[in-house]
Write a new protein. Structure first.
Length: 496
Protein backbone atom coordinates (compact mmCIF):
# COMPACT_ATOMS: atom_id res chain seq x y z
CA UNK A 1 0.00 0.00 0.00
CA UNK A 2 1.40 3.43 -0.90
CA UNK A 3 1.74 6.10 1.76
CA UNK A 4 0.93 9.23 -0.30
CA UNK A 5 -2.63 10.27 -1.15
CA UNK A 6 -4.69 13.26 -2.13
CA UNK A 7 -7.33 12.63 0.55
CA UNK A 8 -7.36 10.47 3.68
CA UNK A 9 -10.68 9.80 5.41
CA UNK A 10 -10.58 8.90 9.09
CA UNK A 11 -13.53 6.66 9.94
CA UNK A 12 -15.37 3.91 8.09
CA UNK A 13 -18.93 4.56 9.23
CA UNK A 14 -21.75 5.49 6.89
CA UNK A 15 -20.62 9.13 6.61
CA UNK A 16 -16.98 8.27 5.94
CA UNK A 17 -17.90 5.61 3.39
CA UNK A 18 -20.40 7.90 1.67
CA UNK A 19 -17.73 10.61 1.41
CA UNK A 20 -15.34 8.02 -0.05
CA UNK A 21 -17.93 7.05 -2.63
CA UNK A 22 -18.56 10.66 -3.68
CA UNK A 23 -14.82 11.40 -3.83
CA UNK A 24 -14.29 8.34 -6.04
CA UNK A 25 -15.92 10.28 -8.91
CA UNK A 26 -12.81 12.48 -9.09
CA UNK A 27 -9.20 12.00 -10.14
CA UNK A 28 -7.97 11.62 -6.59
CA UNK A 29 -5.96 9.02 -4.72
CA UNK A 30 -8.13 8.41 -1.67
CA UNK A 31 -7.55 6.27 1.41
CA UNK A 32 -10.16 5.45 4.05
CA UNK A 33 -8.86 4.15 7.38
CA UNK A 34 -10.92 2.31 9.98
CA UNK A 35 -9.58 1.17 13.34
CA UNK A 36 -11.92 -1.81 13.67
CA UNK A 37 -11.90 -5.15 11.83
CA UNK A 38 -14.71 -4.05 9.51
CA UNK A 39 -16.34 -0.91 8.22
CA UNK A 40 -19.65 0.24 9.66
CA UNK A 41 -19.29 -1.78 12.84
CA UNK A 42 -20.01 0.95 15.40
CA UNK A 43 -22.83 3.53 15.26
CA UNK A 44 -23.63 2.64 11.65
CA UNK A 45 -24.42 -0.95 12.62
CA UNK A 46 -26.58 -0.25 15.67
CA UNK A 47 -29.37 2.25 15.09
CA UNK A 48 -33.03 2.40 14.10
CA UNK A 49 -32.32 2.17 10.33
CA UNK A 50 -34.62 5.08 9.52
CA UNK A 51 -34.39 7.68 6.78
CA UNK A 52 -36.06 10.61 8.49
CA UNK A 53 -38.51 12.96 6.82
CA UNK A 54 -36.90 15.93 8.60
CA UNK A 55 -39.75 17.42 10.61
CA UNK A 56 -38.01 16.96 13.97
CA UNK A 57 -34.81 18.90 13.25
CA UNK A 58 -34.52 22.45 14.59
CA UNK A 59 -35.32 24.88 11.72
CA UNK A 60 -32.23 26.73 10.57
CA UNK A 61 -29.81 24.16 12.00
CA UNK A 62 -27.30 22.29 9.88
CA UNK A 63 -29.08 19.10 10.91
CA UNK A 64 -32.30 20.40 9.37
CA UNK A 65 -30.57 21.55 6.19
CA UNK A 66 -28.74 18.25 5.68
CA UNK A 67 -31.79 16.11 6.49
CA UNK A 68 -34.04 18.08 4.14
CA UNK A 69 -31.48 18.03 1.32
CA UNK A 70 -30.66 14.33 1.70
CA UNK A 71 -34.09 12.73 2.04
CA UNK A 72 -35.03 13.02 -1.68
CA UNK A 73 -31.67 11.53 -2.72
CA UNK A 74 -32.29 8.10 -1.21
CA UNK A 75 -34.36 6.61 -4.02
CA UNK A 76 -31.64 7.26 -6.60
CA UNK A 77 -28.91 6.23 -4.16
CA UNK A 78 -30.65 2.90 -3.51
CA UNK A 79 -31.03 2.38 -7.26
CA UNK A 80 -27.34 3.01 -7.95
CA UNK A 81 -25.91 1.13 -4.98
CA UNK A 82 -28.49 -1.68 -5.05
CA UNK A 83 -29.32 -1.78 -1.36
CA UNK A 84 -32.84 -2.45 -0.04
CA UNK A 85 -34.81 0.70 0.72
CA UNK A 86 -38.50 1.15 1.40
CA UNK A 87 -40.61 4.30 1.54
CA UNK A 88 -42.46 3.25 4.67
CA UNK A 89 -43.57 6.62 6.02
CA UNK A 90 -43.90 7.08 9.76
CA UNK A 91 -46.37 8.08 12.45
CA UNK A 92 -45.85 10.27 15.49
CA UNK A 93 -48.35 9.09 18.09
CA UNK A 94 -49.95 11.23 20.79
CA UNK A 95 -51.22 9.25 23.77
CA UNK A 96 -53.78 11.20 25.79
CA UNK A 97 -54.90 14.76 25.18
CA UNK A 98 -51.89 16.30 26.96
CA UNK A 99 -49.64 15.26 24.06
CA UNK A 100 -51.83 16.67 21.27
CA UNK A 101 -50.28 20.18 21.33
CA UNK A 102 -46.89 18.61 20.61
CA UNK A 103 -48.23 17.33 17.30
CA UNK A 104 -49.11 20.87 16.30
CA UNK A 105 -45.60 21.98 17.23
CA UNK A 106 -44.08 19.24 15.05
CA UNK A 107 -46.35 20.10 12.14
CA UNK A 108 -45.18 23.71 12.32
CA UNK A 109 -41.54 22.64 12.57
CA UNK A 110 -42.01 20.40 9.53
CA UNK A 111 -43.55 23.31 7.63
CA UNK A 112 -40.62 25.54 8.58
CA UNK A 113 -38.20 22.87 7.32
CA UNK A 114 -40.09 22.52 4.04
CA UNK A 115 -41.09 18.89 4.60
CA UNK A 116 -43.77 17.64 2.17
CA UNK A 117 -46.27 14.85 2.75
CA UNK A 118 -47.21 15.55 6.37
CA UNK A 119 -50.72 15.61 7.78
CA UNK A 120 -52.60 15.20 11.04
CA UNK A 121 -54.84 12.17 11.39
CA UNK A 122 -57.52 11.42 13.95
CA UNK A 123 -57.43 8.81 16.68
CA UNK A 124 -60.17 6.85 14.88
CA UNK A 125 -58.20 6.72 11.64
CA UNK A 126 -55.03 5.75 13.50
CA UNK A 127 -56.78 2.80 15.15
CA UNK A 128 -57.93 1.61 11.72
CA UNK A 129 -54.46 1.95 10.23
CA UNK A 130 -52.63 0.22 13.07
CA UNK A 131 -54.63 -2.44 14.96
CA UNK A 132 -51.89 -2.86 17.60
CA UNK A 133 -51.83 0.82 18.56
CA UNK A 134 -52.62 1.88 22.13
CA UNK A 135 -56.40 2.47 22.30
CA UNK A 136 -55.66 5.69 24.23
CA UNK A 137 -54.19 7.26 21.07
CA UNK A 138 -55.53 10.81 20.76
CA UNK A 139 -54.11 11.70 17.35
CA UNK A 140 -51.08 11.30 15.12
CA UNK A 141 -48.93 12.81 12.40
CA UNK A 142 -48.41 10.90 9.17
CA UNK A 143 -45.13 11.71 7.38
CA UNK A 144 -44.99 10.03 4.00
CA UNK A 145 -41.40 10.76 2.97
CA UNK A 146 -39.53 8.78 5.62
CA UNK A 147 -38.17 5.31 4.92
CA UNK A 148 -36.34 2.29 6.26
CA UNK A 149 -33.07 0.73 5.14
CA UNK A 150 -30.33 -1.62 6.29
CA UNK A 151 -27.77 0.91 7.59
CA UNK A 152 -24.84 -1.49 7.39
CA UNK A 153 -25.92 -2.47 3.89
CA UNK A 154 -25.88 1.21 2.92
CA UNK A 155 -22.42 1.66 4.43
CA UNK A 156 -21.02 -1.43 2.73
CA UNK A 157 -22.57 -0.57 -0.63
CA UNK A 158 -21.05 2.91 -0.58
CA UNK A 159 -17.65 1.56 0.46
CA UNK A 160 -17.64 -1.17 -2.17
CA UNK A 161 -18.61 1.28 -4.91
CA UNK A 162 -15.78 3.53 -3.74
CA UNK A 163 -13.34 0.61 -3.95
CA UNK A 164 -14.66 -0.26 -7.44
CA UNK A 165 -13.68 3.27 -8.44
CA UNK A 166 -10.19 3.21 -6.97
CA UNK A 167 -10.50 4.14 -3.27
CA UNK A 168 -8.35 2.10 -0.89
CA UNK A 169 -9.69 0.88 2.47
CA UNK A 170 -7.36 0.04 5.36
CA UNK A 171 -8.93 -1.85 8.27
CA UNK A 172 -7.32 -2.29 11.69
CA UNK A 173 -5.72 1.10 11.02
CA UNK A 174 -6.07 3.55 13.89
CA UNK A 175 -5.38 7.29 13.69
CA UNK A 176 -2.82 8.42 16.27
CA UNK A 177 -1.95 12.04 15.43
CA UNK A 178 -1.54 14.57 12.66
CA UNK A 179 1.67 15.45 10.87
CA UNK A 180 1.64 19.26 10.69
CA UNK A 181 4.09 21.63 9.01
CA UNK A 182 3.65 25.41 8.98
CA UNK A 183 0.06 25.15 10.20
CA UNK A 184 -0.86 22.74 7.42
CA UNK A 185 -1.74 19.07 7.87
CA UNK A 186 0.41 17.00 5.53
CA UNK A 187 -0.35 13.53 6.88
CA UNK A 188 -1.24 11.30 9.81
CA UNK A 189 0.46 8.89 12.18
CA UNK A 190 -1.28 5.51 12.51
CA UNK A 191 -0.56 2.19 14.18
CA UNK A 192 0.61 0.99 10.74
CA UNK A 193 2.95 3.85 9.97
CA UNK A 194 2.65 7.30 8.46
CA UNK A 195 0.44 8.31 5.54
CA UNK A 196 0.71 11.63 3.73
CA UNK A 197 -2.00 13.59 1.95
CA UNK A 198 -3.13 17.04 0.81
CA UNK A 199 -6.38 16.71 2.76
CA UNK A 200 -7.65 14.76 5.76
CA UNK A 201 -11.36 14.31 6.41
CA UNK A 202 -12.31 13.80 10.04
CA UNK A 203 -15.27 11.41 9.94
CA UNK A 204 -14.33 9.63 13.15
CA UNK A 205 -17.81 9.52 14.68
CA UNK A 206 -17.66 9.11 18.44
CA UNK A 207 -13.96 10.01 18.38
CA UNK A 208 -14.23 13.06 16.13
CA UNK A 209 -13.65 15.45 19.04
CA UNK A 210 -10.38 13.74 19.95
CA UNK A 211 -9.24 13.88 16.32
CA UNK A 212 -10.00 17.58 15.86
CA UNK A 213 -8.36 18.47 19.17
CA UNK A 214 -5.09 16.94 17.91
CA UNK A 215 -5.27 19.46 15.06
CA UNK A 216 -5.81 22.34 17.50
CA UNK A 217 -9.43 22.80 16.40
CA UNK A 218 -12.50 23.48 18.59
CA UNK A 219 -10.96 22.69 21.95
CA UNK A 220 -14.33 23.37 23.60
CA UNK A 221 -16.15 20.76 21.52
CA UNK A 222 -16.95 17.50 23.27
CA UNK A 223 -18.75 14.36 22.18
CA UNK A 224 -20.77 12.61 24.85
CA UNK A 225 -21.74 9.05 23.90
CA UNK A 226 -25.49 8.58 24.10
CA UNK A 227 -26.41 4.94 24.52
CA UNK A 228 -29.55 3.54 22.94
CA UNK A 229 -30.77 0.03 23.74
CA UNK A 230 -32.97 -2.12 21.53
CA UNK A 231 -35.01 -5.31 21.44
CA UNK A 232 -35.54 -7.50 18.37
CA UNK A 233 -38.73 -9.58 18.24
CA UNK A 234 -39.39 -12.83 16.41
CA UNK A 235 -40.79 -11.88 13.02
CA UNK A 236 -43.50 -14.55 13.23
CA UNK A 237 -44.97 -13.27 16.48
CA UNK A 238 -45.56 -9.51 16.28
CA UNK A 239 -45.41 -6.73 13.72
CA UNK A 240 -46.64 -3.22 13.00
CA UNK A 241 -47.63 -1.76 9.66
CA UNK A 242 -45.35 1.29 9.82
CA UNK A 243 -42.81 3.13 11.93
CA UNK A 244 -44.41 4.34 15.17
CA UNK A 245 -42.79 7.24 17.05
CA UNK A 246 -43.92 8.74 20.34
CA UNK A 247 -43.88 12.51 20.64
CA UNK A 248 -40.16 13.44 20.87
CA UNK A 249 -38.25 14.55 23.95
CA UNK A 250 -35.63 17.30 24.18
CA UNK A 251 -32.77 14.82 23.62
CA UNK A 252 -34.20 12.11 21.38
CA UNK A 253 -36.99 11.10 19.04
CA UNK A 254 -38.19 8.66 21.68
CA UNK A 255 -38.66 4.91 22.00
CA UNK A 256 -40.22 3.70 18.77
CA UNK A 257 -41.73 0.52 17.39
CA UNK A 258 -40.88 -0.44 13.81
CA UNK A 259 -40.66 -3.45 11.55
CA UNK A 260 -37.28 -3.76 9.82
CA UNK A 261 -36.64 -4.64 6.19
CA UNK A 262 -35.86 -8.16 7.41
CA UNK A 263 -39.31 -8.51 8.95
CA UNK A 264 -38.40 -8.34 12.63
CA UNK A 265 -40.02 -5.78 14.92
CA UNK A 266 -37.50 -3.48 16.64
CA UNK A 267 -38.19 -1.67 19.92
CA UNK A 268 -36.03 1.25 21.03
CA UNK A 269 -33.92 3.18 21.62
CA UNK A 270 -33.77 4.91 24.95
CA UNK A 271 -31.20 7.68 25.42
CA UNK A 272 -28.63 7.62 28.21
CA UNK A 273 -25.54 9.84 28.24
CA UNK A 274 -22.49 7.84 29.30
CA UNK A 275 -18.72 8.37 29.39
CA UNK A 276 -17.23 5.22 27.84
CA UNK A 277 -17.15 5.42 24.03
CA UNK A 278 -16.81 1.64 23.79
CA UNK A 279 -19.65 0.67 26.17
CA UNK A 280 -22.29 -1.06 24.07
CA UNK A 281 -23.53 -3.30 26.85
CA UNK A 282 -27.23 -3.67 27.53
CA UNK A 283 -28.43 -2.86 31.04
CA UNK A 284 -31.45 -4.10 32.94
CA UNK A 285 -32.74 -0.57 33.72
CA UNK A 286 -32.26 0.40 30.09
CA UNK A 287 -34.08 -2.64 28.77
CA UNK A 288 -36.92 -2.09 31.24
CA UNK A 289 -37.21 1.50 30.03
CA UNK A 290 -37.31 0.44 26.38
CA UNK A 291 -39.94 -2.22 26.94
CA UNK A 292 -42.20 0.09 28.93
CA UNK A 293 -41.76 2.85 26.36
CA UNK A 294 -42.69 0.50 23.53
CA UNK A 295 -45.72 -0.79 25.44
CA UNK A 296 -46.98 2.78 25.66
CA UNK A 297 -47.38 2.68 21.87
CA UNK A 298 -48.29 -0.99 21.38
CA UNK A 299 -49.50 -2.65 24.61
CA UNK A 300 -49.80 -6.07 22.95
CA UNK A 301 -46.05 -6.72 22.75
CA UNK A 302 -44.95 -9.71 24.81
CA UNK A 303 -41.46 -10.24 26.29
CA UNK A 304 -41.51 -13.91 25.29
CA UNK A 305 -41.24 -12.79 21.65
CA UNK A 306 -37.82 -11.16 22.21
CA UNK A 307 -35.02 -13.02 20.42
CA UNK A 308 -32.14 -10.54 20.77
CA UNK A 309 -31.01 -7.29 22.37
CA UNK A 310 -28.34 -4.84 21.31
CA UNK A 311 -27.11 -1.33 22.07
CA UNK A 312 -25.63 1.45 19.99
CA UNK A 313 -23.93 4.76 20.72
CA UNK A 314 -24.74 8.13 19.19
CA UNK A 315 -22.13 10.88 18.91
CA UNK A 316 -23.87 13.62 20.86
CA UNK A 317 -21.98 16.88 20.45
CA UNK A 318 -22.23 20.34 22.01
CA UNK A 319 -21.73 22.49 18.91
CA UNK A 320 -24.01 25.55 18.77
CA UNK A 321 -25.99 26.23 15.63
CA UNK A 322 -24.14 28.98 13.75
CA UNK A 323 -27.25 30.33 12.02
CA UNK A 324 -28.16 33.72 13.43
CA UNK A 325 -31.17 33.69 15.71
CA UNK A 326 -31.24 29.91 16.25
CA UNK A 327 -30.69 28.79 19.85
CA UNK A 328 -29.55 25.19 19.50
CA UNK A 329 -26.48 23.63 21.12
CA UNK A 330 -26.27 20.18 19.49
CA UNK A 331 -25.76 20.83 15.80
CA UNK A 332 -23.58 19.11 13.21
CA UNK A 333 -20.09 20.41 12.50
CA UNK A 334 -19.13 20.29 8.80
CA UNK A 335 -16.34 22.76 8.05
CA UNK A 336 -12.89 23.61 6.80
CA UNK A 337 -11.49 25.20 9.98
CA UNK A 338 -9.35 28.31 9.90
CA UNK A 339 -6.93 27.16 12.60
CA UNK A 340 -5.14 24.68 10.34
CA UNK A 341 -5.05 23.97 6.61
CA UNK A 342 -5.74 20.63 4.98
CA UNK A 343 -8.59 19.47 7.24
CA UNK A 344 -12.27 18.89 6.55
CA UNK A 345 -13.75 18.62 10.01
CA UNK A 346 -16.96 16.77 10.90
CA UNK A 347 -18.36 16.33 14.39
CA UNK A 348 -21.52 15.61 16.34
CA UNK A 349 -22.99 13.58 13.49
CA UNK A 350 -25.75 11.92 15.47
CA UNK A 351 -29.33 11.46 14.27
CA UNK A 352 -30.21 12.33 11.51
CA UNK A 353 -26.66 11.43 10.46
CA UNK A 354 -27.60 8.30 8.51
CA UNK A 355 -30.29 10.18 6.62
CA UNK A 356 -27.98 13.13 6.00
CA UNK A 357 -24.96 11.12 4.82
CA UNK A 358 -25.33 11.78 1.05
CA UNK A 359 -25.90 15.50 1.62
CA UNK A 360 -22.93 15.65 3.99
CA UNK A 361 -20.77 13.97 1.34
CA UNK A 362 -21.87 16.51 -1.26
CA UNK A 363 -21.10 19.37 1.13
CA UNK A 364 -17.61 17.96 1.73
CA UNK A 365 -17.04 18.02 -2.04
CA UNK A 366 -18.17 21.66 -2.17
CA UNK A 367 -15.90 22.59 0.74
CA UNK A 368 -12.91 21.07 -1.05
CA UNK A 369 -13.76 22.97 -4.22
CA UNK A 370 -14.18 26.22 -2.28
CA UNK A 371 -10.79 25.64 -0.67
CA UNK A 372 -9.17 25.49 -4.11
CA UNK A 373 -8.79 21.74 -4.56
CA UNK A 374 -8.85 21.09 -8.34
CA UNK A 375 -11.41 18.29 -8.52
CA UNK A 376 -11.50 16.78 -11.99
CA UNK A 377 -14.12 14.15 -12.76
CA UNK A 378 -13.00 10.78 -14.08
CA UNK A 379 -13.93 9.95 -17.64
CA UNK A 380 -15.04 6.52 -16.53
CA UNK A 381 -16.74 6.47 -13.16
CA UNK A 382 -19.15 3.66 -12.37
CA UNK A 383 -21.90 4.67 -9.91
CA UNK A 384 -23.50 1.22 -9.96
CA UNK A 385 -22.67 -1.42 -7.38
CA UNK A 386 -24.10 -4.80 -8.48
CA UNK A 387 -26.83 -6.19 -6.24
CA UNK A 388 -25.88 -8.89 -3.77
CA UNK A 389 -27.10 -12.38 -4.49
CA UNK A 390 -29.67 -13.43 -1.88
CA UNK A 391 -30.44 -17.13 -2.23
CA UNK A 392 -33.64 -17.08 -0.19
CA UNK A 393 -35.16 -14.47 -2.50
CA UNK A 394 -34.55 -16.50 -5.68
CA UNK A 395 -37.19 -18.56 -7.45
CA UNK A 396 -36.93 -22.36 -7.37
CA UNK A 397 -35.71 -22.34 -10.97
CA UNK A 398 -33.04 -19.73 -10.20
CA UNK A 399 -31.92 -21.67 -7.13
CA UNK A 400 -31.58 -24.90 -9.08
CA UNK A 401 -29.59 -23.19 -11.82
CA UNK A 402 -27.25 -21.62 -9.27
CA UNK A 403 -26.70 -24.92 -7.45
CA UNK A 404 -25.84 -26.63 -10.73
CA UNK A 405 -23.10 -24.02 -11.27
CA UNK A 406 -21.83 -24.06 -7.67
CA UNK A 407 -22.85 -26.83 -5.27
CA UNK A 408 -22.03 -24.65 -2.27
CA UNK A 409 -25.31 -22.80 -2.83
CA UNK A 410 -27.07 -26.09 -2.14
CA UNK A 411 -25.70 -26.31 1.39
CA UNK A 412 -27.76 -24.35 3.94
CA UNK A 413 -25.56 -23.19 6.82
CA UNK A 414 -28.03 -20.93 8.67
CA UNK A 415 -31.44 -22.59 8.73
CA UNK A 416 -33.33 -19.73 10.39
CA UNK A 417 -32.44 -17.30 7.60
CA UNK A 418 -31.67 -19.82 4.80
CA UNK A 419 -28.10 -18.62 4.26
CA UNK A 420 -25.96 -20.86 2.08
CA UNK A 421 -22.28 -21.74 2.10
CA UNK A 422 -22.02 -20.13 -1.33
CA UNK A 423 -23.19 -16.77 0.00
CA UNK A 424 -20.79 -16.97 2.94
CA UNK A 425 -17.79 -17.76 0.72
CA UNK A 426 -18.75 -14.95 -1.67
CA UNK A 427 -18.61 -12.44 1.20
CA UNK A 428 -15.25 -13.75 2.39
CA UNK A 429 -13.94 -13.17 -1.14
CA UNK A 430 -15.68 -9.82 -1.76
CA UNK A 431 -14.24 -6.33 -2.39
CA UNK A 432 -14.18 -5.64 1.35
CA UNK A 433 -13.80 -9.18 2.67
CA UNK A 434 -15.70 -10.45 5.69
CA UNK A 435 -13.09 -11.94 8.02
CA UNK A 436 -15.09 -12.38 11.24
CA UNK A 437 -18.38 -13.94 12.27
CA UNK A 438 -19.99 -10.55 12.89
CA UNK A 439 -18.82 -9.26 9.51
CA UNK A 440 -20.60 -12.20 7.87
CA UNK A 441 -23.63 -11.68 10.08
CA UNK A 442 -23.99 -8.05 9.00
CA UNK A 443 -23.59 -8.93 5.32
CA UNK A 444 -25.77 -12.04 5.07
CA UNK A 445 -28.02 -11.85 8.16
CA UNK A 446 -26.91 -15.30 9.31
CA UNK A 447 -27.27 -15.92 13.03
CA UNK A 448 -30.11 -13.41 13.44
CA UNK A 449 -33.05 -15.81 13.69
CA UNK A 450 -34.54 -17.65 16.63
CA UNK A 451 -31.44 -19.72 17.38
CA UNK A 452 -29.17 -16.63 17.26
CA UNK A 453 -26.31 -18.56 15.70
CA UNK A 454 -26.60 -21.67 17.84
CA UNK A 455 -26.86 -23.88 14.77
CA UNK A 456 -24.63 -22.13 12.25
CA UNK A 457 -21.70 -20.90 14.35
CA UNK A 458 -19.62 -24.14 14.31
CA UNK A 459 -20.04 -24.48 10.55
CA UNK A 460 -19.27 -20.80 9.91
CA UNK A 461 -16.14 -21.12 12.05
CA UNK A 462 -15.04 -24.04 9.88
CA UNK A 463 -15.71 -22.11 6.65
CA UNK A 464 -13.87 -18.98 7.83
CA UNK A 465 -10.84 -21.04 8.88
CA UNK A 466 -10.77 -22.89 5.56
CA UNK A 467 -11.22 -19.84 3.33
CA UNK A 468 -8.84 -17.56 5.24
CA UNK A 469 -6.21 -20.26 5.68
CA UNK A 470 -6.13 -19.88 9.47
CA UNK A 471 -6.64 -22.15 12.46
CA UNK A 472 -10.18 -22.43 13.87
CA UNK A 473 -8.61 -21.08 17.07
CA UNK A 474 -8.00 -17.77 15.25
CA UNK A 475 -11.59 -17.33 14.04
CA UNK A 476 -13.22 -14.50 15.98
CA UNK A 477 -16.54 -12.82 16.57
CA UNK A 478 -15.37 -9.27 15.78
CA UNK A 479 -11.59 -9.25 15.55
CA UNK A 480 -8.56 -9.75 17.73
CA UNK A 481 -9.41 -10.62 21.32
CA UNK A 482 -12.84 -12.09 20.53
CA UNK A 483 -11.83 -15.56 19.37
CA UNK A 484 -14.45 -18.26 19.93
CA UNK A 485 -12.16 -21.19 20.75
CA UNK A 486 -9.52 -21.43 23.46
CA UNK A 487 -7.78 -24.75 22.73
CA UNK A 488 -8.49 -28.22 21.36
CA UNK A 489 -10.11 -30.58 23.86
CA UNK A 490 -7.88 -33.37 22.56
CA UNK A 491 -4.31 -32.73 21.48
CA UNK A 492 -3.81 -36.21 20.01
CA UNK A 493 -5.46 -39.61 19.75
CA UNK A 494 -4.29 -40.70 23.20
CA UNK A 495 -5.31 -37.53 25.06
CA UNK A 496 -8.11 -37.49 27.63
Amino acid sequence: MPNKYDVIIIGGGVVGCMIARFLSRYQLDTLLIEKESDIGSATSAANTALIHAGYDAIPGSLKAKMNTAANPKWDNLASELQFPYEHSGDYVIAIGHDELPKLDDLMQRGKNNGIPGMRLISSEEMRKREPNINPLVSGAIWASTSGICDPFGVTLSAAENAVMNGVQVALYTAFKDFIIQDKRIIGIHTNHGDFYSHWVVNAAGLFADEVMHKAGVRSEFKITPRKGEYFILDRAEFSVSNVLFPVPTDISKGILVTTSLHGNTILGPNAQDIYDKEDRNNTQPGMDEVFEGAKKLTPAINPKHIIAVFAGLRAGGNAPCETSGVDYQHDFIIEVPKEVQGLVNLGGIESPGLTSAPAIAELVIELLKDAGEPLKEKREWNPIRPARLCFRHLSHTERQSLIEKDARYGRIVCRCENITEGEIVAEIQSLIPARTYDALKRRTWLGTGRCQGGFDMPRVTEILARELGISPLEVSKKGKGSEFLLRPTKEDKNAG
